[in-house]
Design a protein around this ligand. Structure first.
Ligand code: C2E
Ligand code: MG
Ligand code: MG
Length: 548
């Protein structure tokens, strides 16, 4: 029997089709909201939610991540039949048929302040609780077995949390946990699931892991997001976490075993003194990035001038000319050869090494672009990626100014690429900083657009010039109707807001043709060129723009 038909299920359940039209609701849903099945069946689910204007933007992300049997949880306000509003948490699961893919969505709603203690969510953090996590893990395991996917589970324990409770009291401790939960969650992608296991323990499910090491990257991001500390009353509290990591297949075949093994690995991190992570498998642990040695190597890399910038052309669709380039860092490691940014940027971010590295990138990109302009290559824009830590560096503006002054590059030929998730983190301070940059004459673009949680109303407030649609949407733009619709919507949105729109990760002629037809402005991707060393980039521009 499915969950919505089971009379013993006390959660409010609503089932919708793939277009979010309501197919049915269960008795608990009727009791909670006052809506009868007769009055609500066939309506669009948006009639039930309070903030429907934000829903359109949120839904893009949500439906995208729900494409492959996964879970989405969010805070929602539901309108009762009598007009009252109930605040709560909603979890959406895409129900899949193994042959035809997702067929419908199951939404499970739980009001906040619910008295029941065996519900689906933790009452303090509003995250799914241990039971729910285990249930979802079991489902995802089935899926992973069927489709031969890898998945990862992180078992996280906050170090020395007892001290906080003992000194501040449990009420403040709970407040702090709620903030920790939010911070951790902000680092995850739509498909990942975070749950509260107990007081100071969390679990994270990473479905469809491309590579076990990706779990390291997530863990490092989680460790680094806690470094800023928390303010509770007048106390500044810095927390660290110990994490145990298991990977399926390999570390257990069922949810119980995986969770137990993850917990055991977490205790190994504790034995090391905390603020660390351990894989269950020693072999993965040893091949994983060794944080300490990498940190000291990164320090030396700047002095030894081991970093180089490669440049990936950005092509204007209408003219076919190169109009700009993205600078992408590479590390020429004396033993390991060329190290891609994916392997060291997260560690650099976590250790703070990204600040000197980012300064170097900024100066080098400006210098190179000015040198190209002086040699007659034309007036191209150079884009520089900014990470979260760089973005909150108080010296950022003066560093940009000094790179411009030193190189003599006009600010209109320097573009800052900031990811959607960084921009949406703290709206007020972001707006102020972006306005300062815009006043300087810099170009601003939002990177990886579509993967975060943009709200359309905020987007209008940012003085940005460009949206960069993330590669993940372009990958399936031909094969997936959903992705095609999303890309079409983002292009339309950009035109309406008078923003330039560029697609990254374009790899073949079909994708290019489709994007041309749908009025995308610019293209970046392997179809035209991979990121190139400076001399090769120069040759590429010369041939493409028919210079010399
Ligand atoms: P990003 O800013 O989204 O950069 C785009 C990435 O997609 C680059 O990977 C690029 O090589 C890759 N790419 C472009 N077109 C295609 C394509 O058609 N197919 C495929 N498969 N890939 C394509 P890369 O160079 O490995 O950089 C990865 C990420 O590392 C960047 O993502 C950016 O977040 C970060 N990064 C790179 N350089 C810097 C830097 O100087 N500073 C900072 N803070 N981050 C950087
Ligand atoms: Mg970028
Ligand atoms: Mg990107």
């Amino acid at each position: 029997m499915s969950i919505e038909d089971d009379p013993s299920v006390t959660e409010a359940v609503m089932v919708t089709d793939m277009n979010e039209r309501i197919i049915r609701i269960n008795p608990a849903f009727s009791t909670l909201t006052g809506h009868s099945p007769e009055s609500i069946t066939g309506c669009h689910a948006s009639v039930l939610y309070e903030r429907s204007e934000q829903l359109a933007a949120d839904n893009t992300v949500k439906l995208k991540s729900l494409k492959s049997e996964s879970i989405w949880t969010e805070s929602v306000n539901i309108k009762k039949e009598n007009g009252d509003i109930i605040q709560g948490r909603q979890m959406t699961v895409a129900s899949n048929d193994k042959d035809i893919g997702a067929t419908h969505y199951i939404h499970i709603f739980e009001p906040l302040n619910s008295e029941r203690n065996n519900g689906a969510f933790d009452h303090n953090t509003h995250l799914p609780n241990r039971n729910m996590f285990k249930e979802i893990l079991a489902q995802e395991l089935e899926n992973a077995k069927r489709k031969h996917f890898k998945l990862g589970v992180l078992f996280i324990d906050i170090d020395h949390f007892k001290v906080v409770n003992d000194s501040l009291g449990y009420a403040k401790g709970d407040q702090l946990l709620e903030q920790v939960a939010q911070r951790l969650k902000s680092q995850l992608r739509g498909n990942d699931l975070i749950a509260s296991l107990s007081g100071n323990q969390f679990a994270i499910l990473l479905p469809d892991l491309a590579h076990p090491e990706d779990a390291t990257i997530v863990t490092l991001k989680l460790m680094s997001v806690l470094e800023n500390g928390f303010k509770i009353d007048d106390h500044e509290i810095v927390l660290t976490i110990s994490t145990g990591i298991v990977i399926f297949p390999g570390d257990g075949d069922d949810n119980e075993t995986l969770l137990q093994n993850a917990e055991r690995s977490m205790y190994k991190s504790k034995e090391d003194g905390g603020n660390n992570y351990h894989f269950f498998k020693a072999s993965i642990q040893s091949s994983a990035i060794n944080r300490l040695s990498l940190e000291s190597e990164l320090r030396k890399a700047i002095e030894r001038e081991e970093f180089v910038l490669h440049y990936q052309p950005q092509i204007d669709i209408a003219s076919g000319h190169v109009v700009g380039m993205e600078s992408l860092i590479r590390w020429h490691h004396p033993e390991r050869g060329m190290v891609p940014p994916f392997h060291f940027i997260p560690v650099a971010e976590q250790t703070g090494m990204i600040i000197p590295i980012g300064d170097w990138v900024m100066n080098e990109a400006c210098r190179q672009n000015r040198a190209w302009q002086d040699s007659g290559l034309g007036n191209l824009k150079v884009a520089v990626n900014l990470s979260a830590r760089q973005f909150s560096d108080r010296m950022l503006i003066s560093k940009i100014e000094s790179a411009l002054n030193r190189s003599g590059l006009d600010p209109t030929f320097l573009e800052m690429e900031i990811t959607e998730s960084i921009i949406m983190k703290d709206i007020e301070s972001t707006v102020a900083l972006l306005e300062q940059m815009a006043e300087m004459g810099l170009a601003l673009s939002i990177d990886d657009f579509g993967t975060g949680y943009s709200s359309l109303s905020y987007l209008k407030r940012f003085p940005i010039n460009k949206l960069k649609i993330d590669k993940s949407f372009i990958d399936d733009v031909i094969s997936s109707e959903d992705d095609a619709k999303i890309v079409e919507a983002i292009i339309g949105l950009s035109h309406n807001l008078k923003l330039n729109v560029i697609c990254e990760g374009v790899e073949d002629a079909d994708q290019l043709g489709w994007l041309q037809q749908h009025r995308c402005n610019e293209i970046q991707g392997y179809y035209f060129s991979k990121p190139l060393p400076a001399d090769e980039f120069e040759a590429f521009v010369k041939s493409r723009n028919s210079l010399f």
